[in-house]
Design a protein around this ligand. Structure first.
Ligand code: PLP
Length: 212
């Protein structure tokens, strides 16, 4: 409903919506995200963007844009390659054209889903009284709430255990005065299953030290 309201409001004020769908394809456990604003609007007033950086390899820095023909033509007049590497674009076109992209995404979804499951088990086994979370259905990040300690203390204690993690305060403009002092973000996409098993153990040690 909020998406429809936003489309209506922007349409009324003639504001173009740029919809970043970077993670939309990366959903796990048969749990697709709601329809895009591009789909809901029939492409009217919305440009939809995506990247190959998440579904193929981080750092590719090549993506795509879907939109009304006249919008795309207007963009093409300014810059036909958007400044990205032509060789890389040819490789991507080949990969997509040969039908390998979709099966690759399906394979990665299985892998990432398993990584989340591993992390969930590791946290439940080792940190149960101190963490609260809902399992993410997609994307690359896992958020949890610290119970009984503030997130910055946990980040510092985790560093002593050799874990580099990020507090939610980093995602506020004014870090020192952020109103959230209890959430932590873990990036699981690049970690191995062994590492993900180990994260709970090390976080558990960090929590136990703080609670002692
Ligand atoms: C939400 C979001 N949008 C867009 C991008 C940009 O992707 P790239 O510049 O790698 O194509 C990223 C990548 O970090 C992202 O996380």
């Amino acid at each position: 409903i909020r998406r429809r309201q936003l489309i209506e409001l922007c349409g009324k004020h003639k504001v173009l919506i740029v919809e970043d769908c970077t993670y939309s394809e990366l959903y796990y456990y048969d749990n697709p995200p709601p329809p895009s604003m591009f789909a809901l609007s029939g492409g009217e007033g919305v440009l939809k963007l995506g990247t190959f950086s998440k579904v193929i390899a981080t750092g590719l820095r090549a993506g795509w844009v879907q939109g009304r023909k006249d919008y795309i033509e207007a963009m093409g007049r300014v810059r036909f390659d958007m400044g990205t590497s032509p060789i890389l674009n040819h490789m991507l076109a080949n990969f997509i054209g040969s039908g390998q992209l979709e099966p690759h995404i399906e394979k990665m979804k299985q892998i990432y889903g398993k990584k989340i499951d591993t992390l969930v088990n590791s946290l439940n086994e080792n940190c149960a009284p101190y963490v609260k979370f809902s399992k993410p259905g997609g994307g690359f990040f896992f958020w949890f709430e610290c119970i009984g300690v503030d997130s910055q203390s946990l980040v510092d204690a985790a560093a002593e255990e050799g874990l580099v993690i990020s507090t939610s305060a980093n995602y506020y403009l004014d870090k020192e005065n952020s109103s959230d002092k209890s959430h932590v973000r873990l990036a699981f996409s690049n970690a191995s299953l062994d590492d993900l098993n180990e994260i709970g153990v090390r976080l558990g040690n960090a929590f136990n030290k703080l609670m002692a």
